[in-house]
Design a binder for this molecule. Sequence first.
Ligand code: ATP
Ligand code: MG
Length: 229
Amino acid sequence: MNEVPAIAIRAHGLTKRYANGRVEKTALRDVALAIPAGRFWVVSGPSGSGKTTLLGVLAGMIAPTAGEVELNGRPITHLRDHHRSLVRRNGVGMVFQEFALVAGLSLAENLLLPFVPEGGPPPAVCRQADKLLERFGLAAFARTPVERLSAGERQRAGIIRALLGGAPILLLDEPTASLDTANVQLLVDLLVELRAEGRTLLATTHDLRLVNDPRVDGRLRLVDGAIET
Ligand SMILES: Nc1ncnc2c1ncn2[C@@H]1O[C@H](COP(=O)(O)OP(=O)(O)OP(=O)(O)O)[C@@H](O)[C@H]1O
Ligand SMILES: [Mg+2]
């Protein structure tokens, strides 16, 4: 029997330097972390401390300047192109800070958009989308243009899109940014349900309502790109 919990997200020596012409910005400095499978952790830190960069690197969407990432024990390679399918293949769902929903398209069209470059969503994905819309109380909005949804509805739509394909790891960037307190509670309820299904959740936030929620299993803090100890 292996008593040590499996590590779903492991990183060590992560450094990211952005080059803007002659100006360099170090967004991550020698970051190490190990998030156990099936837990809900948050990364807090002030604006500009590197939270979004960290999630992008963990998802394999941003190549680190140095360091390694392992997801469920597998080292990931970093390809900037094809990043959506790469993220799916790595078993990671990403919920973006600005939701990254495309205005003018309906909610259902937005959910299935990542599958279009691969020839369209398989029927099983369409069925899963319908089920998730039902579960998250958005079935009535399937044909609604996303710009007409409320912030809480858009947030749930972003989560559904990240879950499509069955990713066991969910990364959420500032998931409560535009939610009122009642919706923060609903969101945490939902995240806790996903955890109960065995998913690993990592959310960035500077929202104390989320950081201090007693249902959070672990907390990390980034300050100027480094994990505060
Ligand atoms: N593509 C980029 N090119 C150059 N610099 C960048 C780039 N992306 C982020 N940065 C810089 O890296 C630092 C970290 O940015 P990041 O977006 O990761 O911070 P954050 O903690 O998510 O901030 P916020 O809370 O405002 O979302 C910032 O100083 C930012 O200006
Ligand atoms: Mg950010």
